[in-house]
Every structure is written in C-alpha cells, then in structure tokens.
Design a protein. Structure first.
Length: 275
C-alpha cells in the first residue's frame, strides 16, 4: 500500500507500507474521498520524489488532505488519484479488491465537496452551504458509496477546507439524499441488509466505466473477483451476483433452519432467485 508522507516543510512524498517484513504494520493514516476532475495529480507525478506539477488543479485537494491529517496528528494519508500505480495491472487489481478495507482501516476519512463553498453568503450574510449538499456529485458516484459506509469516522469539508460536519451530525441529510438506512450509516453490519437492499444503494449512482458499478460493490458484499475492464457492465454485475450467490450458499450450509429467524430464510429465497 502506497501512502503519502508529509514532512515538516509541508512537502509530501510516496512511501511504501509495510516497508519490509520487520515492520509488518501499516501506520495510522487519513484517507480522502472526492470526485475526480480535470488535472488530477497522478502516481507518476509523485514517483521518485516530492510532488511535481503543483500547478495542477487536483493538487489543492492533496494539499488539503495532508494539512488536515497533520492537524489531526496523522503523518500519513492516502489519495486514490496518486497512491495507486495504475500502470501495474497486479497493483490495480489488488487495490480495487482492497479499497473497502483501506477506507475501513483509515483513522479518518475526509470528504472533499468541490461544489460547496462556505464563503458564499446570502443577503443577510448567512452561509447556505447545506442547501447545496443534494447537488454535490459526490452523492451520485459509485465508488463513494463504500467510502461513505466503510470508515468509522467520515468528516465533510467544503472546497475552502472548512469542516461542515461528520457522518453522525449530517446523518439525516445523508439519509434523505442517498436513501441509505440510518442503521447502515451508524455502522450496523452490512449482513443485516438484504442483497436486494444493498443493490438499491448503487442503483442511481454512476461510474466512469460501466464495470465499476459492480467493482465498487466488492466491499459492500465482502467478495473478491478478478477485475476485467472491457467485459461490460452487465457481465461484471453477473459475475458479482454469481460470487455473492456462491459465498452465500457456503454460509447457508452452516446455518440450521430456524423459523424464528425469517431474515435468513428471506436471504436464501432471494439468492436462489438470483438476487
């Protein structure tokens, strides 16, 4: 896992973790959740030293994440645009299958909302940033679903770097925008929600590549399958459903039929019909 390390001068560089067998643990780190835009800072911009191409528009997000991590006492942080070497097929495969856990294991997750500014004021001088939440692309993207669900601590920030709240304080707004049950936002086990219900969470979300609509659900269903870009969205979803079905049948063999637990029976029927 590549992490960005910020030094006392404010510069940051890529570091590999764990570095060797003698230091097997990954240090505490912050993680950024955002939507991609033009001129993102990539792995190649950081490989081999400190950041180059600081004039890229995406650099501001990385700088924000590093500075906020430092304020929270964290030396390391992770940003998907530049912490994955996408030219390495094996590393990309591993990253997509590990993403949910990387977000879950983060000490803090910072959501950067590019459409929200706390500097804008109405005629009375009041900030109305909360009215803009529903219009944020972040709530419409496929990958941000797991980035909302997985981490224990999710904090929301404006593009000005101002803290807007966290997953707990904004729970009502997030539920109203996404339709995700509050219990899921509060950290209830995802197995408490049916396959069909979890599939609904991604239904209205979009991804750049059609296959990513399936791949972004790996962690939501705790499955791992090979990533095959070019197979098409429907084939990717079918492979995902097949893997969910296969894993669920293995678990079903361990369950005893219990009429007092209708949830398990509902799941069995649902999966037998293909979800």
């Amino acid at each position: 896992m590549w992490l960005l390390e910020r030094d006392p001068t404010g510069e940051f560089r890529l570091t590999k973790h764990p570095p060797n067998d003698e230091i097997p643990e990954i240090p505490p780190y912050a993680i950024l959740s955002h939507t991609w835009g033009d001129e993102e800072v990539l792995f190649t911009d950081l490989a081999g030293g400190t950041a180059k191409n600081k004039n890229k528009a995406g650099y501001a997000k990385i700088q924000f994440c590093g500075e906020q991590a430092e304020r929270d006492g964290l030396r390391y942080f992770w940003v998907d645009t530049c912490c994955i070497d996408k030219s390495d097929a094996g590393e990309l495969q591993h990253a997509l299958n590990s993403m949910f856990q990387w977000y879950r294991n983060a000490a803090k997750c910072y959501v950067y909302l590019a459409e929200v500014s706390t500097h804008k004021r109405d005629a009375d001088g009041n900030s109305k940033w909360d009215l803009n939440l529903r219009d944020c692309r972040w709530f419409t993207r496929g990958w941000t679903l797991q980035e909302l669900i997985a981490p224990a601590i999710v904090e929301f920030f404006s593009k000005d770097g101002e803290r807007l709240g966290d997953k707990k304080s904004l729970e009502k707004e997030i539920h109203n925008i996404t339709g995700i049950p509050r219990r899921a936002l509060q950290g209830s086990p995802l197995s408490d929600f049916s396959v069909a219900e979890r599939m609904e969470w991604i239904e209205k979300r979009n991804t750049k590549y059609k296959e990513d609509k399936a791949y972004s659900l790996f962690g939501i269903f705790d499955v791992h399958i090979p990533v095959i870009y070019g197979e098409g969205g429907q084939k990717a979803l079918k492979r995902l459903r097949d893997k969910i079905h296969e894993d669920y049948l293995c678990l079903a063999k361990l369950w005893s039929a219990d009429p007092r637990d209708p949830r398990h029976e509902k799941e069995r029927i649902e999966l037998a019909k293909g979800g």
